[in-house]
Ligand binder design. Structure first.
Ligand code: UDB
Ligand code: ZN
Length: 189
């Protein structure tokens, strides 16, 4: 199973390189890797397992964060009710996902972003498209998928897909005015 020691930090130059498209169907090696990435997200969101292995609770992870320059990422975004039951789950193991359209309207997380590969805090707003449509192949369901993501979910996909092109969230923070919102940008709590 993957743990924090498998995840590269941003001092590693691989994180700044471009990932390559992956041939389908996946090789056994690529299949095992993307499933273990998805499993990391599940484990990290399980309080007991996360505590036992010291996992940061992740909502997304890209292959390059494990040192593999391939355009693959896993996503696990869950909503819970007040008793802690999952009421909504968005789960994918995406191969070659691509943004096919987006709204000009922007959004940012009020609390800013972090990254499994970034240990230091980088404060400030990270503006991203408020709505994106993504196409790719999902290795969990073995089919081509079209995903329409809004708000927080849209931010997660853009953060992960940026990893494919060597981009990190803090590249987008305005150095002089980190908390200056762009006109008409939507704030997400
Ligand atoms: C994350 N996690 O996974 F509401 F179960 C962040 C880290 C960097 C803090 C681990 C996160 O937002 N977790 C979270 C939030 C919840 C419920 C829950 C877990 N990422 C993914 C990443 O680094 N991918 O490369 C950073 C996010 C910042 C904005 C979008 C992705
Ligand atoms: Zn990241």
């Amino acid at each position: 199973m993957l743990t924090m020691k498998d995840i590269l930090d941003d001092s590693h130059e691989l994180l700044r390189q471009k990932s390559q498209e992956v041939p389908l169907p996946l090789s056994k090696e690529d299949h095992d890797l993307i499933l273990s990435m998805y499993e990391y997200l599940e484990n990290s969101q399980d309080d007991e397992i996360a505590e036992k292995y010291g996992l940061r609770p992740g909502v997304g992870i890209a292959a390059v964060q494990l040192g593999v320059l391939k355009r693959m990422c896993a996503i696990l975004i869950q909503d819970y009710d007040e008793d802690g039951n999952v009421i909504k789950k968005e789960a994918y193991a995406l191969v070659n996902p691509k943004i096919v359209s987006y709204t000009p309207k922007m959004a940012y997380l009020k609390a800013g972003e972090g990254c499994l590969s970034v240990l230091n805090e980088h404060e400030g707003y990270v503006h991203r498209h408020a709505k994106v449509t993504i196409k790719g192949y999902d290795e969990l369901t073995k089919q081509e998928v079209t995903i329409v993501a809004r708000g927080y979910n849209a931010i997660v996909y853009q953060h992960e897909l940026d990893h494919f092109d060597g981009k990190l969230f803090y590249d987008y923070i305005n150095k002089d005015h980190p908390f200056m919102a762009q006109p008409n940008a939507m704030e997400i709590e």
